[in-house]
Design a protein around this ligand. Structure first.
Ligand SMILES: O=C(CO)[C@@H](O)[C@H](O)CF
Length: 532
């Protein structure tokens, strides 16, 4: 592998609330970080959390030009901070998944002829046929989702092709709605980008292809061939393949930096632009997920990232092309009932104290004497169900548990659920399985021990802040070093490793394998009761 010396790699993240950047040196040390927050640094757009929630409470958009202006400000901040752009050998990045950008006819000519004396936003202000980009929080496209699934033969057929059943936020359904409700704008569009590839377009000075990992979040790409699905394209909108351009592997060098940035910011003229990807695939790269590993990100909602070799698309969760290995896959599972539910039980059953919560966990038996709790305080995403449900060792519903039983039932229930749905998507727990825990609750040792026992695997921790940005910088180096010819794991092998925080108890497999089977059957029973 070619040795890169004294060179920098940049990772950008066009996320929902802000645009961020991380710079690393060739030893993967973080040497610069910066950000521009949309609500506070660009108040003229009057966004809240970076978006506009429309009166129907379903439509959610962001002004496309706001993202452009935020990049102007971010690069000016880096310049003012004295960042040495000359040392940048490659850059890449991420964008919030599913969002879409509609370039007006003639916009590419503007991109190709940007004048270094002016900021981007002044020159691109008339370049978008749809001025307000639909983003991932939008849920106004149920009609388009139903059409896609009925046209293709059902939700599972769409999932088998694209890795997910039809979801309102997925880009193909959003584009279908633009075609149906903004016909003039659609007809005046010459290119449709994702937020990720839009970022790459800005740095390249022309339209760049969509990467296959973020392209997996559109309900338009065949995750097996990594090419557009003709059936999905035709079911969504006319002339779509021409508007989208090609799909490329995530490590692809899409071009060298546009001369606009060389002249305006003194960027190294040989700087390579590596395809941008979605924020979640970029986070997987930033957290250096490897084969046989699962990342559990603990937050308000809990998110699971899986490395998959043989995906089993389901009606829950999402399977994407893997951003770090062109032949493999990754999966994303969102669990809406996360830390708020844990906090509610802490307050109710452990006196509001995490220390007491941990003590109770340590003082109650693994497996909770066969008691199982399922706590969906709010409508759950995975699976689609709601309510609190408690079962005794004979699978009979009971009204309540003791305080100590409730604390353990919640934690065991939340992590057994994660294992069940991970295995549903094709994740196989084996001797090399590792769990990487991140996010707030990953500092709770007693909870990590439950995770380790449930997954019968060691749990590692390392809070990787801005993992999507960091993943962008790692991927920039990967693309620069040759992409396909250089394993991503080689590129990041010198990064600081995770710390082992918990190992499975001797009886973990004996206790939790039967509990997992029982939980799966009980959860399916609840879903069935609520859907019939
Ligand atoms: O919709 C999502 C994933 O499917 C979100 O995580 C967005 O990527 C956040 F930007």
């Amino acid at each position: 592998m070619e040795k890169v010396g004294g060179q920098y790699f940049l990772g950008f993240d066009f996320s929902t609330q802000q645009i961020k950047v991380i710079a690393i040196d060739d030893s993967l040390n973080i040497i610069h970080e910066n950000a521009v927050k949309f609500d506070t640094d660009l108040p003229e757009y009057k966004t809240s959390g970076g978006v506009h929630i429309h009166d129907d409470k379903l439509t959610v958009t962001s002004p496309t030009i706001m993202w452009v202006k935020a990049l102007d400000i971010l690069l000016d901040k880096m310049k003012c901070d004295g960042f040495d752009f000359q040392k940048v050998s490659a850059l890449s990045g991420a964008g919030q998944q599913h969002g879409s950008v509609y370039w007006r006819k003639g916009a590419e000519e503007t991109l190709k002829s940007l004048q270094a004396g002016k900021p981007l936003h002044e020159q691109l202000q008339d370049s978008f046929s749809v001025k307000d980009s639909p983003v991932w929080m939008d849920s106004s496209t149920t009609e388009q989702c139903k059409n896609l699934e009925s046209t293709l033969g059902g939700a599972q057929v769409v999932a088998d092709i694209t890795g997910s059943r039809a979801y309102e936020r997925f880009t193909g359904n959003q584009i279908a709605q633009v075609y149906q409700k903004q016909a003039e704008a659609y007809n005046n569009t010459e290119r449709i980008s994702l937020v990720s590839s839009f970022g790459a377009c800005l740095f390249s000075g022309h339209y760049t292809p969509i990467d296959d990992s973020d392209g997996s979040g559109m309900n338009l790409m065949d995750i097996h061939s990594r090419k557009w699905s003709q059936e999905c394209l035709q079911a969504s909108a006319p002339n779509l393949e021409a508007l989208l351009g090609d799909v490329v592997p995530s490590h692809t060098v899409v071009d060298t930096i546009s001369k606009y940035f060389v002249e305006r910011y003194n960027l190294n003229p040989d700087c390579k632009v590596v395809a941008f990807t979605g924020d979640n695939p970029a986070s997987v790269a930033g957290m250096r997920l490897k084969k046989g590993e699962v990342i559990i990100s603990l937050g308000t909602s809990d998110t699971l990232f899986l490395w998959l070799e043989e995906p089993k698309p389901a009606l829950e969760g999402h399977i994407f092309a893997n951003p770090c290995d062109t032949k493999e896959y990754m999966a994303l599972l969102c669990f809406k009932n996360g830390s708020l539910t844990r906090e509610r039980i802490r307050d109710k059953d452990a006196g509001g104290s995490w220390e007491k919560y941990a003590e109770v966990l340590k003082s109650t038996p693994r497996g909770n004497n066969g008691k199982i709790g399922i706590y969906f305080d709010v409508q759950e995403i995975t699976p689609s169900a709601v309510g609190c449900h408690r079962f005794n060792e004979n699978n009979q519903k009971v009204d309540g548990f003791s305080n100590a039983e409730e604390v353990r039932a919640l934690v065991e229930g939340q992590f057994i659920a994660k294992r069940v749905h991970a295995e549903n998507l094709g994740f196989n727990i084996g001797p090399t399985t590792r769990v990487l825990a991140t996010g707030g609750a990953s500092s709770n040792q007693a909870m990590l021990q439950v995770i380790s026992d449930v997954f019968n695997a060691p749990v590692y921790i390392q809070d990787v802040a801005n993992s999507a940005c960091l993943g962008g910088a790692y991927r920039a180096k990967h693309g620069y070093m040759g992409g396909e010819t250089v394993p991503f794991s080689d590129v990041v092998k010198d990064a600081p490793d995770f710390t082992c925080a918990a190992k499975p108890s001797q009886d973990a497999d004996k206790v939790y394998t039967p509990l997992v089977a029982r939980y799966k059957a009980l959860e399916e029973r609840i879903v069935k009761e609520q859907t019939t």
